[in-house]
Design a protein around this ligand. Structure first.
Ligand code: MIC
Ligand code: SF4
Length: 641
């Protein structure tokens, strides 16, 4: 077996491991972050289990760090109390980005990890089967339920050779994105193997598995080998090490080969992570902002790389350089060894250890500016302004751009690759353990934390008009943006729902309210990107009954199902053209059809007078979830009986 199949097999609760079949997996660890965590814990509380059932669950605060008023801080207080009471570890604001800290301090090779964030696969860099999911799925995993998903295909990525100076792990994942595109990973796990793997350290592997999320992949994984042991030893966690690899002669459903020594520095142009070209094709474009950080590239090695390049030099006067260390560990280390002073002297603006500008939380560039970022997503508007042009690049390429004031070849400034330090600074005081006496903990809930809305049972017939017709690759950032105005509303669904499709069509909310619901039509890969379940919950809140699309991204598809907003896939994608704005649609007898086990759901377009076939393949469990009006109502029955 390949490594992915070994880990799935070891955690299989039920199901058969044929690609596409439903499987249930035992979850060993969970993680959450504050922007998705409050909903997840409200759901966990609603389930009513007194203590998390996992081996380890960690609640991180890293996204909603701008405290313009009481609301984000209130969420943090709620999360701290919930963690103390229900047996979670709580990573305080300032301790770092969930994926970076989890890799450093908690990830254990060979385990399963489910996280309320799409970049949870980061820990796949250490041989963890790490999967991103909606908050409700994670709440159920914390309550002890298995996680249900479709058995993915395993795509073996065989690495040969080693990277040349100035070419980095970021360029490896860019190469994969160039070949596969943002929808090429859907239904797949990317498993890296081959002789080239041994030349990559854990933080480099984690950059690659992190950005596998941009392929839409279920997850990505590396073996656990001597490099993993070296990393864990330096984190004083060698006891967590187990060697893991694909068996000799293991097979893969699909295969790809990358020769690391032939790669050159690449860059993702605006406004999609798969809009990749060699940096050499865009040299000289003036740059206004450079941002280094995010869960993709904020490790100690990443920060040391830019510090060494910038040492003794000054950032170009056109450029604002902002740097967010991935964790308090990273920040303490660069502070102690002087690299922080080098960065400051070069003109960098140092931000706290958090997601920061990656989630649009501050540092919005000037109007029409070019920003080069070491991040993972450059969807329109994600920087906080739809007019910005955001390029994604390696930390070395960011440093080169910061010095030159324009996109520049990192090979001209590249330093010796920065490997692992002899030892990491170990200080876990930023993480609070669960309370010893949970009964004493009163959970404080700020006034902005509102109860979760729910819908009733699925109706007999669904009817309404087409409210919006969208193109391919609509991301959850399009559906429900992030940023400082919207993120404080993550615990208040009625309030955040006002931002639904705000930058796509500012009239949407007014129209959906007036119509009392309706339908949205999408192209391929609808709902790519983040795991935010608000992008499913808010349409449900306004009465949207179904999304009809050519295809869906995995996490968003699951989230829609969890809130009983039907994700209907067009049987014939050319039928997309048979929907016009405001067309009146009807899906008669949908309940009965689902009860009868039908997989095809005809949509009657009363305006165009035609019937369009859609596909909704459901397992028995999914059918019951949808009929019950969503997973929480379904699980409520499961946990109370
Ligand atoms: C993101 O990178 O888009 C986020 C913000 O981390 C999201 C989670 C969220 O929306 O809270 C993700 O990747 O899942
Ligand atoms: Fe945070 Fe950005 Fe990573 Fe999302 S992608 S978890 S916002 S650093």
């Amino acid at each position: 077996m390949n490594l992915t199949s070994q880990l799935i097999h070891a955690h299989l609760v039920s199901g058969d491991m044929t690609p596409g079949s439903e499987i249930s997996l035992r979850i060993d660890q969970t993680l959450s972050q504050d922007a998705t965590g409050t909903l997840s814990y409200l759901q966990f509380e609603a389930i009513g289990v007194p203590r998390v059932q996992t081996q380890l669950s960690v609640s991180y605060v890293d996204h909603n760090m701008l405290q313009g008023d009481f609301r984000n801080a209130d969420d943090h207080v709620y999360l701290q109390d919930v963690a103390a009471k229900y047996g979670l570890h709580y990573s305080r604001p300032g301790n770092g980005i969930c994926h970076q800290v989890h890799l450093e301090r908690y990830a254990v090779p060979g385990t399963t990890l489910l996280g309320t964030d799409s970049h949870t696969p980061t820990c796949g860099g250490m041989g963890v089967l790490a999967i991103g999911a909606g908050g409700l799925d994670v709440a159920l995993a914390m309550a002890g339920s298995a996680y249900n998903m479709r058995m993915p295909k395993v795509l073996g990525v065989e690495l040969h050779g080693r990277l040349q100076r100035g070419v980095t792990a970021k360029d490896v994942i860019f190469e994969v994105l160039r070949r596969l595109t943002v929808k090429g990973g859907v239904g797949r796990v990317l498993e890296y193997y081959g002789p080239g793997v041994s030349h990559l350290d854990v933080p480099e592997r984690a950059t690659i598995t992190n950005m596998g999320a941009e392929l839409g992949a279920t997850t990505s994984i590396f073996p656990s080998d001597e490099r993993t042991a070296a990393y864990l030893e330096r984190q004083q966690r060698l006891d967590a090490f187990t060697p893991l690899a694909a068996a000799d002669g293991a097979t893969y459903d699909e295969h790809m080969r990358i020769d690391l020594d032939t790669l050159e520095p690449l860059i993702a142009q605006p406004s999609s992570p798969d809009n990749i070209c060699p940096i050499s094709e865009v040299l000289g474009i003036p740059v206004n902002q450079v941002a280094v950080g995010s869960c993709t590239n904020s490790s100690y090695s990443d920060l040391m790389t830019i510090a060494e390049i910038l040492k003794g030099r000054t950032v170009h006067q056109r450029v604002n350089l902002v740097v967010s260390p991935g964790s308090r560990q990273v920040l303490q280390m660069v502070a102690r060894n002087g690299a922080l002073a080098d960065l400051i002297a070069a003109g960098a603006r140092i931000l706290e250890s958090a997601c920061g500008p990656c989630a649009g939380m501050g540092q919005v560039p000037s109007f029409d500016a070019v920003s080069v970022r070491s991040f993972n997503r450059n969807f329109p508007g994600r920087s906080g302004d739809p007019n910005n042009r955001v390029y994604l690049a390696s930390p070395a390429a960011c440093a080169a751009a910061a010095l030159a004031g324009e996109i520049a070849d990192p090979r001209l400034v590249a330093v010796e690759p920065v490997g692992l330090p002899d030892a990491y600074v170990i200080d876990d005081t930023g993480v609070l353990p669960p309370a010893e006496d949970p009964a004493q903990i009163e959970i404080r809930r700020g006034p902005n934390i509102k109860p979760l809305p729910s819908r009733g049972d699925l109706e007999e017939t669904l009817a309404g008009e087409v409210l919006l017709k969208l193109d391919d690759n609509i991301s959850t950032d399009h559906i429900l943006p992030a940023g400082p105005t919207v993120l404080p509303l993550r615990s208040n669904v009625p309030a955040i729902a006002e931002y639904l499709f705000r930058y796509v069509d500012p009239t949407f909310v007014e129209r959906v309210k007036a119509a009392g619901g309706g339908f949205v039509v999408g192209g391929h890969n609808y709902g790519q990107g983040s795991s935010r379940e608000h992008a499913a919950l808010c349409p449900m809140f306004f009465g949207v009954k179904a999304i009809i699309a050519k295809s869906f991204a995995r996490i968003h598809h699951a989230n829609l199902m969890n809130y009983a907003v039907l994700p209907l896939t067009l049987v014939d994608e050319d039928d997309y053209d048979r929907f016009g704005p405001k067309d009146h649609l009807e899906i008669p007898d949908v309940r009965q059809r689902l009860l009868d086990g039908a997989e095809h759901i005809p949509v009657h377009n009363r305006t165009q007078q035609c019937v369009i076939e859609t596909y909704l393949p459901l397992t028995d469990r999914e059918r019951q979830i949808v009929l019950a009006g969503g997973l929480l109502r379904f699980a409520g029955k499961e946990f109370t009986t």
